[in-house]
Ligand binder design. Structure first.
Ligand code: MGD
Ligand code: MGD
Ligand code: MO
Length: 763
């Protein structure tokens, strides 16, 4: 097995420059609008910028690859946000990562560049191969690439030794074909980014309400009295959600923000379009900020539930008719003392009372959440506590109310709906098998964490990724790297260069694909694809820009050609890429809720069935909504340590680094930052810019990362925050959420050591 000498797996420190400003109090507005235009113009030129920004999220345009937040029904003007525009501009870059580029830089040299630099080089233009023992990628043609994959699968002769990852940008059509290919091959080894993202939400909701998805529509925000935003930073990660929150407020709703950080977007918001109407005032959003300690949400929720019970602010009819487990839930919550609630949550009794008051007086409450809840050991449990609070008031299946997990990747929900799942249900497989004439394996496959373990055990011959950046997105970067190096062949279907192209198996392929923004022409003509947003609405996405290279292919084309080469299953796979209508026709038969798919999706799209939302029906084991209450997690740790959360800056899309700033938090030019409470710093005699090394502790094992600068920040004492993916080297592989196996990226126990070397004030 070849280990390429000198190839490193973590992001190197590129410089020590750091400028600290006051965190912003207003999100969006003119700086956001100019920032999106500038990003666009820098990366794709003026004409392309205007063309691109005017076709995002339009009925006839493409779905924004930025996030899964839904579009308003009548998007007559620009419906984009700063970060959506950045995502689009980033995809629309020129094809700089071409065979000449790969001739110039060895894999070893590339691995020593920063993530920011790698992304700046542009789009990948040709299929490339890294041959065994070689340090340079070489051009290869598509057919030879597919043959190499086929040979690997034939030699391995065991489908369970192949693992197929999916990131969440892949269209419904490509994802459906991909899972059909993988199941025909004979395995359910389909880990996906969801395993690290909203898996906890899916499991929690499935047990509680019988569907692993949220129950609100965008319109519900206009009819809501109260919106809880828990563990989510919409100003950066779902900026278009701020418009929905603003409109909700204009209609009289209140907003409660539950977060260890106040997060600019939730403080005040200024819609970029308002400038065009010459209205310059900003609007405040959150009415109450509950500055919970990291991991303190379960305690807080017990407190809020206690208050509803005390005030008898509960929907007795709904509870009697449609739910189960109420008495057990009440007994459990009553056994939690107020002392414990205040201590674990870090929030005073008065503040909790204030929030409890708003909740009890609301007739229609929506609860939104994201990674601040899912990426904890009790991720599933704490989301079920959110469900308890919502069920208690009957805030489900009625206007203006419901549960709203806010998804990340723009089609992560759709990918799961069409079958990207390592643990498919028997009902899903039965229908798939009947419609497609295959016999899918019934044994569950591996998720992300299990895949890494399997690689490290030498049990993976082929590791293929439909998008994403597996090395950097996963926990425990060094363990993941050693796993990847243990694989015979790694294959990345990608748009942009990333670290997963550099830390590879013995042999590695890069198969470059079209992005969402690009025109996709196949034999029958121009094609469109379909996606599902965070609220279960399925609609069309059609790119309008010229592809960055003639040698890249669409994801459906890649999968159907690969299947033709690898499988001998008697199916004519070529009809799928010739005309995507053929894929959708098969999906109509093979998937629940997709009847007459082609017609319905062409007709403005449609909402997938959602029994709790549509009819207050719950497809659970007892056909009732279930109160599921849990003992509080232990959030105690040694007095000299910290609980660390790893979060996103304003200038990144997951592992893609657009720039080195985090404007809303006042951080400029550097990402190796530890946000820390000033009191904790004073106790140690530290000032901002103190350089520290971070050591994480789990199960007696220490992981270390050197050279981070401390910045004083409004964060609870004993809590710190660092950026993902630089900090992933510190996230223990074995530290995962119960039931969902999601890495606990928001709960890493660390100590900080003063480094001897210091950095200059500003360079
Ligand atoms: N521009 C941009 N947009 C994106 C992405 C991106 O990287 N860039 N990523 C996309 C993806 S895949 C996803 S999943 C989403 C992620 O969207 P978010 O979930 O908003 O992303 P994170 O930065 O992980 O932020 C988590 C938030 O939870 C808070 N938090 C952390 N721990 C706790 C806790 O214990 N309790 C509470 N109450 N809060 C806590 C943090 O302070 C932070 O505000 O965004 C999507 N959209
Ligand atoms: N510590 C820590 N770790 C985390 C998180 C965290 O909060 N903290 N968040 C987790 C979450 S929520 C998620 S979702 C994962 C994200 O994990 P991934 O989805 O694996 O990572 P991304 O960075 O989104 O993937 C970026 C790459 O996708 C490719 N790409 C972009 N668009 C397309 C396309 O249209 N098609 C194809 N085929 N490829 C494309 C590009 O090559 C790009 O380099 O990370 C997780 N990891
Ligand atoms: Mo995500």
């Amino acid at each position: 097995m070849s280990k390429r000498e000198g190839v490193i797996s973590t992001t190197p420190i590129d410089h020590n420059y750091l400028k600290i400003k006051k965190p912003k109090s207003i999100a969006a507005g003119i700086p956001a609008a100019t920032s999106s235009m500038l990003h666009g113009i820098k990366k794709m030129g003026i004409t392309k910028t205007i063309k691109t920004l005017t076709t995002i999220n339009q009925p006839l345009g493409f779905d924004c690859p930025g996030c899964a937040w839904p579009d308003p029904d009548h998007s007559s003007t620009f419906e984009f946000c700063e970060n959506g525009a950045k995502a689009v501009a980033d995809e629309a870059m020129k094809g700089g990562v071409n065979p000449e580029f790969f001739g110039k830089y060895s894999v070893q040299e590339l691995s020593q560049k920063s993530d920011f630099w790698l992304n700046q080089q542009g789009r990948i233009t040709h299929p490339m191969i890294l041959r065994k023992g070689s340090n340079y990628y070489e051009k290869i043609d598509w057919k030879e690439g597919f043959e190499i994959i086929r040979n690997n699968i034939k030699e391995s002769n065991n489908p369970d030794k192949a693992v197929f990852y999916t990131s969440g940008r892949t269209s419904n059509e490509a994802a459906f074909l991909y899972q059909l290919f993988v199941r025909t091959l004979g395995t359910n080894n389909m880990p996906d980014c969801s395993n690290m993202c909203h898996e906890s939400s899916g499991i929690a909701l499935m047990e509680a309400i019988g569907i692993g998805k949220g129950t609100v529509t965008l319109d519900d925000f206009n009819h809501s009295d109260l919106i809880l935003v828990v563990g989510q930073n919409p100003g950066t990660n779902h900026p278009r959600m701020l418009t929905a929150l603003r409109d909700a407020k204009r209609n009289g709703a209140k907003i409660i923000n539950i977060n260890p950080l106040s997060e600019t977007g939730l403080v005040r918001f200024k819609h970029p379009q308002d400038y065009m109407k010459l209205s310059f005032g900003s609007e405040s959003l959150a009415d109450i900020h509950l500055q919970v300690k990291i991991g303190g949400d379960a305690a807080l929720l017990h407190g809020l539930i206690k208050l509803q019970l005390e005030k008898n602010a509960i929907d007795n009819d709904f509870i009697m008719e449609s739910t189960s487990g109420f008495d057990e839930m009440v007994a459990n919550v009553n056994s939690t003392s107020w002392e414990r609630i205040v201590r674990d949550s870090g929030i005073s009794r008065e503040k909790i009372n204030e929030a409890g008051e708003l909740i009890s007086s609301s007739n229609a409450t929506i609860a939104c959440w994201a990674m601040g809840l899912t990426q904890h050991k009790n991720g599933v449990n704490v989301i079920q506590e959110v469900c308890n609070l919502i069920l208690l008031g009957g805030h489900i299946g009625k206007k203006g109310a419901g549960l709203c997990p806010v998804r990340g990747h723009s089609n992560v929900q759709g990918d799961r709906t069409v079958g990207i799942w390592e643990r498919p249900t028997a009902a899903f497989l039965d229908l798939l098998d009947a419609a497609c004439g295959i016999t899918s394996p019934r044994e569950h496959g591996v998720d992300v964490v299990e895949a890494i373990t399997k690689m490290n055990e030498g049990d993976v011959d082929l590791f293929m990724c439909m998008g994403g950046n597996f090395l950097s997105a996963t926990p425990d970067t060094k363990t993941t790297a050693s796993g990847l190096r243990n694989v015979k062949l790694t294959v990345q279907i990608s748009t942009k260069l990333n670290r997963s192209h550099l830390v590879t198996g013995d042999e590695a392929l890069i198969l470059p694909c079209l992005g969402r923004t690009e025109i996709d022409i196949q034999k029958s003509g121009k094609q469109f694809v379909t996606v599902e947003n965070s609220m279960g609405i399925v609609h069309i996405s059609e790119g309008g820009l010229k592809p960055c290279s003639q040698d890249i292919r669409s994801e459906p084309w890649i999968v159907s050609n690969l299947a033709t080469m690898v499988l001998d299953d008697g199916r004519d796979w070529s009809e799928f890429h010739t005309d995507y209508n053929n894929i959708r026709d098969l999906m109509s038969k093979a998937l629940f809720g997709f009847e007459d798919y082609n017609n319905r999706v062409k007709n403005n799209g449609f909402a997938l069935p959602n029994p709790p939302r549509d009819s207050r029906n719950f497809d659970t084991h007892n056909s009732l909504a279930n109160f599921l209450s849990h003992k509080l997690p232990n959030v105690e740790f040694d007095h000299d340590k910290f609980a660390m959360m790893t979060i996103r800056s304003h200038d990144q899309y997951n592992t893609t680094i657009y720039d080195l700033h985090d404007r809303y938090r006042g951080i400029h030019g550097n990402r190796r930052i530890v946000l820390m409470n000033a009191t904790d710093m004073t106790k140690r005699g530290w000032k901002s810019r103190q350089v520290v090394d971070i050591i994480s502790h789990f199960d007696g094992v220490q992981r270390r990362s050197d050279g981070w600068q401390v910045v004083a920040y409004e964060i609870p004492e004993k809590n710190i925050a660092t950026y993902f993916p630089e900090a992933n080297v510190l996230v223990p592989l074995e530290s995962t959420a119960d039931k969902s196996n999601t890495p606990t990226s928001k709960w890493i126990i660390c100590s900080l050591l003063e480094t001897r070397h210091t950095v200059s004030e500003e360079e």
